[in-house]
Design a protein. Structure first.
Length: 230
């Protein structure tokens, strides 16, 4: 039975070099590893997108980076909101009308500052998230193209599905299965699922820049799965 090859992708100005799992280099292809997954030879393969997001270490690293940045900005906004609440309470208890009017103007200015801070923070996080998503999507596409070319697949489909047993028992998963988006497989044969090969190849060729805290929400979403729109 044919086996799927976990690749090391040499990225250069020349066409994509398809190598076996080893440090990134321009060496000739070696013998495929024994741990490679089987393929059916039908020319069709699929991979589980949420599982790739969950297990691609660079994706986890970027997600942690965005989440950390979001938390820092949220702390600054919370501090500014607390200043506003404190000022509102002082206005209510101030007996002198002139001082009350002065503090009211201060409150208006503070609220405008808070709105500006929120806009800047949202724009900064959105831009960073989009930059990470472009990078990650480009790497994922290179790997899928390489795996498909090496293993002779004519078609590779991405599908959203649970990546843990806990997710399979969740109401979100059940609703997603019963209200499926277009072309979502209801059953996927293990013989055509290249999810693990894609994950291994991504992690070998595009390692995370540093250690990854746990747990991590994937970049671009608050959960690995989301219910389809009603």
């Amino acid at each position: 039975m044919k086996r799927l090859t976990v690749l090391t992708v040499a990225l250069a100005a020349v066409p994509l070099a398809l190598l076996v799992a080893s440090p990134v280099t321009a060496q000739a292809p070696a013998t495929p590893p024994a741990a490679a997954a089987p393929a059916t030879g039908r020319g069709v393969a699929v991979f589980n997108v949420p599982k790739v997001m969950r297990e691609y270490k660079k994706w986890q690293y970027f997600a942690a980076e965005v989440n950390r940045d979001r938390a820092e900005k949220a702390a600054l906004l919370s501090k500014k909101q607390s200043e506003g609440i404190d000022l509102q309470n002082r206005i209510k208890t101030e007996a002198v009308k002139a001082k009350q009017d002065e503090m009211t103007q201060q409150l208006i200015l503070l609220q405008r500052q808070l709105e500006d801070m929120e806009k800047v923070a949202r724009k900064d996080i959105d831009e960073k998230s989009m930059a990470h998503l472009r990078t990650l999507f480009g790497e994922l596409r290179k790997v899928v193209d390489a795996v498909a070319t090496t293993n002779g697949f004519d078609l590779v489909l991405a599908y959203p599905d649970a990546s843990t047993e806990e997710e399979k028992a969740s109401p979100v998963y059940l609703e997603m299965k019963l209200r499926t988006p277009a072309a979502m497989p209801f059953y996927v044969s293990p013989g055509i699922d290249i999810t693990e090969v894609v994950i291994q190849t991504l992690n070998k060729n595009f390692p995370a820049p540093g250690p990854i805290p746990s747990p991590v929400t994937p970049v671009g979403g608050t959960a690995p799965m989301a219910a389809p729109p009603k």
